[in-house]
Structures are given as structure tokens and as C-alpha cells.
Write a protein that binds this ligand. Structure first.
Ligand SMILES: [Ca+2]
Ligand SMILES: [Ca+2]
Ligand SMILES: [Ca+2]
Length: 208
């Protein structure tokens, strides 16, 4: 009987562990800017649902308003209309644990045709990630980041310069595949709990 108990516990623990291992990644932030400002463009916009402009300005354009890249709804000229390019910081602060795997995606649609050369934008996620992009990076950017230290951080897009025309940002997505470690403990706990319950049932059956 003891052998059966052990086998059952092991089996259940294994099921919990296996199913939790396969847990999908979590989308932490996804934004196409299309429904900002009731769907209309606005220069020097700073009433974002998901973002604060912490320095300079950005322009919410597209959808018929300075629509340099039609078909993308609204999007951002990261160098606004104040001669000081913008820094866009996520309102959310994200917690990452060692072993997590982050996927960061965004589109650089191109740049405002009024922009001069040398437009650069540094994208950062605390000490985990920092990379500077320019017009040569036009397209969909995808970066996979392995988390090697526990960290709490915002996601920041920091455009340099200030000639009122900059790189154009759209479709930001931040995703995390959490490390399954704490869930393994849960799996073992489930096995122990079940084992105890099974033992009690056996004792009860013997009494009857
Ligand atoms: Ca858009
Ligand atoms: Ca602008
Ligand atoms: Ca510029």
C-alpha cells in the first residue's frame, strides 16, 4: 500500500510539474496607439494610456493627420514639435526574475520626412537592455532578453536631438516567459497534499 501511495504521489507531482512547465508567456504591455486621443492625431501629445512623456515631446500622428505611413492607424513621431525630442516611459513598472525570458518587439515605420539626418532612439529596460536605433533599423525589431538578475524597471524609448522630426514608433509589445521554478515547488506541494489525503481515506476505510 505504501508503494501505491508513493507511486500515486509521484505521478500527480509529475503531472503538475509538466503542465506548469508549459505555461505560456505573459503579455505585459501591448500598444498600437490607435485609440489614443479618440483616434485623432495631436502634436506634443502627453495623455497616453500606457506612457508618460518624461522629457521633450512626441507627436501622435497618422490616421489622416501627417499620415506619412498610411494604414498603421496612429503612431508616434518621437521628435515632437518643441525642438526637444521625446522620452517615452511606460507607466507600468515591470518585475523580472532571474531566469525569465523577455521578448521586446516594436516597429520603426521610418522617420518623419522633415527630419534631418542622425536621428537616434535608445530603447532600454533598466540594466537588462539598452540599444540605440536609427533609420537603418526601419521595420519590426524583435529582441530576446535573458534575465540574469532580479530587477524592477520601466520600458523607455528615448529619442535624441530636436528638429521636430524623428523616428516613427508603432506596435510596442513586451512579453515575459516567467521562470517556472516556484511552480515546481507547487507541484511537489500538490503531491504531498494528495498523499496525505489519500492516507486519511485509507485510514477511514479501515475503520469501517
Ligand atoms: Ca498604430
Ligand atoms: Ca514632430
Ligand atoms: Ca530629429
Amino acid at each position: 500500500m505504501k508503494k501505491l501511495l508513493l507511486t500515486t504521489s509521484f505521478f500527480l507531482g509529475f503531472i503538475s510539474f509538466s503542465s506548469l512547465q508549459a505555461e505560456a508567456s505573459v503579455i505585459l504591455l501591448q500598444d498600437n496607439f490607435d485609440s489614443e486621443n479618440g483616434g485623432s492625431g495631436a502634436l506634443n501629445y502627453n495623455s497616453f494610456v500606457n506612457w508618460d512623456v518624461t522629457d521633450g515631446t512626441v507627436d501622435l500622428i497618422g490616421n489622416g493627420s501627417f499620415d506619412f505611413f498610411p494604414g498603421n492607424g496612429l503612431y508616434l513621431d518621437m521628435d515632437g514639435t518643441s525642438a526637444n525630442a521625446g522620452t517615452l516611459q511606460s507607466k507600468s513598472v515591470f518585475n523580472f526574475n532571474t531566469g525569465d525570458t523577455i521578448t521586446l518587439m516594436f516597429d520603426i515605420l521610418g522617420q518623419n520626412p522633415g527630419a534631418t539626418s542622425n536621428n537616434t532612439m535608445t530603447v532600454s529596460l533598466g540594466s537588462l537592455f539598452s540599444e540605440t536605433f536609427d533609420i537603418n533599423n526601419t521595420g519590426t525589431i524583435t529582441r530576446t532578453i535573458d534575465v540574469t538578475t532580479d530587477i524592477t524597471t520601466n520600458l523607455i524609448f528615448n529619442h535624441a536631438g530636436g528638429d521636430n522630426g524623428g523616428l516613427v514608433l508603432d506596435n510596442v509589445k513586451l512579453e515575459n516567459a516567467p521562470v517556472p521554478e516556484p511552480l515546481t515547488i507547487l507541484g511537489a506541494g500538490t503531491a504531498i497534499a494528495f498523499g496525505t489525503g489519500f492516507k486519511r481515506k485509507l485510514a477511514k476505510a479501515k475503520k469501517q
